[in-house]
Each structure stands twice: as structure tokens, then as C-alpha cells.
Write a protein that binds this ligand. Structure first.
Ligand code: PMT
Length: 406
């Protein structure tokens, strides 16, 4: 399953470092080329020679121990890695990565890497639940790092609690399923809308909303990691757009409608994460409105419902809508799904802490025609994107099916 994949296994200084040997062995047996980087403290628990023997590659412990003058080791390793997994990951290394510190071979290589990073924490339960550690992990998750939760059981310090490194078998399986899903959308065209639309009153004033674009951008990044050709149609956003993704900037709901429709026939999956205005001013002034009188009454008219139009024209596309609600979430989600002929609806209660607008995280329930498919707990918008696109991929018409909407 991992043949041809280059994996960097980072081992840090906790008692679970000894499990790094079993994990290394499983990754090699699965066909991966494994390069091990150990922190100095990891080498106090297990020798580099053990990992060299298992990986059949030199083990790196010192940034300045350059054995091949033609390359800079930490850059060379980072550039050639398909995935980096840090297992066990101590609180110290998690903090270094979150803070962007690079004072040893592992943290330097992590900072130079552009490939996906998987972190398997292992530490005492109080450390694991310490606000600083929790905040570092949330920050890393928001940047797209994937975590493999520690298990609960006997800890080296005598506690029976959460904090044990996940079993090497489970970590190796998680790595393999990640690679399997990372080609799930190979050859597929995915379009995601993001951000809020801007409905102008005059050249200097407009109506908009709080959408930062983070949800749409996270879904686009997840689609890219899964091998898709990705286009983002973005309105007004405060978050930076993802690198290396085709970005079409628009302002108004009408412009978003036109941009999406122009691509629709060629698409396999459409995800409508944008917060599109339901109303716009009937008449936008070409010059700045002057203040006169105590009141200004605005007359607004409905915008075109883009999702509804996409539903009407759906052929083989998988159509994913969102529902931003503050009450009766299930009812409104299923109503939208049916009325707009969506394959999936992602509902979020935008009033919930950590959910909705501008957060790096969200809490969503994903609905299909059969009803609730999955209620996801608070997690990073990137993880939600991966989960959502996996469900969307399952709904792609199989080869030969027209997918024509009846
Ligand atoms: O961007 P973030 O800061 O990360 O915030 C994310 C989010 C809260 C914006 C996102 O999670 C979300 O809920 N997006 C949908 C917001 C919205 O417009 O929901 P709605 O229930 O009003 O619209 C339902 C669906 O119809 C949405 O897919 C929307 O894109 C679509 N729509 C709505 C109106 C319209 N004229 N055309 C549409 O296509």
C-alpha cells in the first residue's frame, strides 16, 4: 500500500519512543521508504542503530551532521517526503512546531516540509490536557496537521488515563488509509465557493456578512490533497486563499452565479460553502449617496439562489450545499436538501462556540436524502473538508452511469 512513498518518521523523547521501532518496521513492511529523524532525548530511550537497521537508511539526529555535501539534509529530506509522521510526539516538539521553532533536526525539517504532517501525541494525561498543549494542537490542526489520538491505559508514570501513544498497528493503518484517500479524487474537478458576497449600495458602501472564507478554503485544500483539480470562487474573504489552487474572485451574488455556472458542466463536485446574500439593493447608486433627512430606507430584492439553480441543472455532478442556521437545524437542512436537490447538506449552528463564521474549527452535521449521515464534533475545517469530500466521492456516478438528475 505504501510502495513508492517516502515517509519521514520523527521520534521524540518519551518512553513510547521504543514503539517507534515497531512503527518503523510496519511502515517498511508496507513498502514505504522510511527515513528516521530522532531528537536527542529520543536517543536516550532507543538507539539510532535500531532504527537504522529497521529502516535500512541512515538515522538523522543532528542538523549539522551533514554526510552528503551535495545536499542540505533537512531540506533534502523535507523536499522528498510524501508524509511526515511524528510518533511519539512530546509536548515539547508539539510546542516547537506550533511556535515555528527550529532548534534540532526534527523541528527544522518539519518547518521546511510542505507535505502533510501526522502527529501522534504521547504524554502524561495532565500534560495532554494542559491548556498550552491543547492550544498548540488546535493551532497545528487548524494549519492542517492531522492527529492520531492517544489511547487510554496504563501510562509509564503509573496513571491509568489518556496519553498512551496509539498502537503502532493503528498508526500504520491510519497512514495507509490517508494515502488511500489522498487519491480518492484523482482526475476529478471540484469547485468550492467561499467567503461572503458584496452587494453594493454605492461605490463606497455595501451589504455583506461575516464569512472569512476559511470553511471554503479548507475544503479546497482538502480536495487538493485528495488529488482533485480545484477551483475556488471566492467573494469577500479575510482568510488567505490556499496556495496552488485556481482562484476566481467575485463580488456580488450575481457575479458568483455567473462564475459558477460557467464551470458547472465540467465539474464532478460542487461545494457551496460561500455565504451568499439573499437580498441586494434594488438600485445601486453610481455615485456616493449623500446624507439628507433623518432616515434612509433601503429597498432590497431577492438575489438568485445559486444552489437552487445548480440543483435544477444537475446532471452527473455531486452537489453539496451548506445550511447556516441558529435553530431547528435538522429541519432546515433537510428542507434545503430536498428543495434544492442537493446530494449532501452541511449544516452548522453558527451560534455555537467554535462553530461557523471565522473560526478555524466548526461543528457540522452532514445530511443526505436518507437523513442525518454524520454529526461531527468540533474539529478543524480541514478535517471536515476531508470527511465531507470522502462522502461526496462515494456519491460520484460510477463509470457508465449518466448521473442525470431525474
Ligand atoms: O467562511 P467562514 O468564516 O469559515 O464561515 C463558514 C460559513 C459559516 C460561512 C459556512 O460554514 C456556511 O455555513 N456557509 C453557508 C452560509 C449560507 O449562506 O448559508 P444559508 O443557509 O444562508 O444558504 C444555504 C445554501 O444556499 C448555502 O450553500 C449557500 O451557499 C447557498 N445560497 C444561498 C443564497 C443564495 N442566493 N445562493 C446560494 O447559493
Amino acid at each position: 500500500m505504501l510502495s513508492g512513498k517516502t515517509i519521514i518518521l520523527g521520534i521524540t523523547g518519551g518512553i513510547a519512543a521504543y514503539k517507534g521501532a515497531a512503527l518503523c518496521s510496519k511502515l517498511v513492511q508496507a513498502g514505504a521508504k522510511v527515513h528516521v529523524i530522532m531528537t536527542e532525548s529520543a536517543a536516550k530511550f532507543i538507539t539510532p542503530l535500531t532504527l537504522q537497521t529497521l529502516s535500512r537508511n541512515p538515522v538523522h539526529t543532528d542538523t549539522f551532521d551533514e554526510r552528503d555535501p551535495s545536499v542540505v539534509s533537512h531540506i533534502h529530506l523535507a523536499d522528498h517526503a510524501d508524509l511526515i509522521i511524528v510518533a511519539p510526539a512530546t509536548a515539547g516538539t508539539i510546542a516547537k512546531l506550533a511556535g515555528g521553532h527550529a532548534d534540532d533536526m526534527l523541528s527544522t525539517t518539519l518547518l521546511a516540509a510542505t507535505c502533510p504532517i501526522v502527529i501522534a501525541p504521547a504524554m502524561n494525561v495532565h500534560m495532554y490536557e494542559h491548556p498550552a498543549v491543547v492550544s498548540n494542537m488546535e493551532l497545528l490542526a487548524a494549519r492542517g496537521a492531522m492527529f492520531i489520538e492517544p489511547g487510554t491505559g496504563q501510562l509509564a508514570c503509573g496513571y491509568v488515563a489518556k496519553g498512551r501513544l496509539a498502537e503502532p498497528e493503528d498508526i500504520a493503518n491510519a497512514v495507509q488509509s490517508w494515502f488511500a484517500s489522498s487519491k480518492l479524487l484523482a482526475g476529478k474537478r471540484v469547485l468550492v465557493t467561499a467567503g461572503g458576497t458584496v452587494e453594493r449600495l454605492d461605490p463606497v458602501r455595501y451589504l455583506t456578512n461575516d464569512s472569512s472564507g476559511k470553511m471554503g478554503f479548507a475544503i479546497a485544500e482538502a480536495a487538493q490533497l485528495m488529488g482533485a483539480e480545484v477551483t475556488v470562487v471566492a467573494g469577500r474573504t479575510s482568510a488567505p486563499p490556499p496556495a496552488g489552487i485556481r482562484l476566481l474572485r467575485v463580488e456580488s451574488a450575481q457575479q458568483m452565479l455567473e462564475a459558477v455556472m460557467a464551470e458547472y458542466e465540467t465539474l464532478d463536485i460542487v461545494v457551496k460553502a460561500a455565504a451568499v446574500a439573499d437580498y441586494r439593493p434594488v438600485a445601486a447608486s453610481s455615485s456616493k449617496l449623500k446624507k439628507n433627512g433623518e432616515r434612509l430606507v433601503l429597498e432590497l430584492e431577492r438575489t438568485t439562489d445559486i444552489l437552487e439553480q445548480l440543483g435544477k441543472r444537475k446532471k452527473r455532478q455531486v452537489l453539496v450545499g451548506f445550511a447556516a442556521e441558529t435553530e431547528q437545524v435538522a429541519f432546515y437542512a433537510m428542507d434545503k436538501l430536498r428543495r434544492k436537490h442537493c446530494d449532501l447538506i452541511v449544516a452548522n449552528d453558527v451560534g455555537q462556540a467554535g462553530a461557523g463564521f471565522n473560526h478555524d474549527t466548526n461543528i457540522v452535521q452532514i445530511y443526505g436524502e436518507e437523513g442525518l449521515i454524520e454529526a461531527l464534533p468540533l474539529m478543524s475545517k480541514r478535517e471536515i473538508g476531508s470527511r465531507l469530500l470522502t462522502l461526496a466521492a462515494e456519491r460520484l456516478p460510477q463509470a457508465g452511469e449518466s448521473g442525470e438528475y431525474a
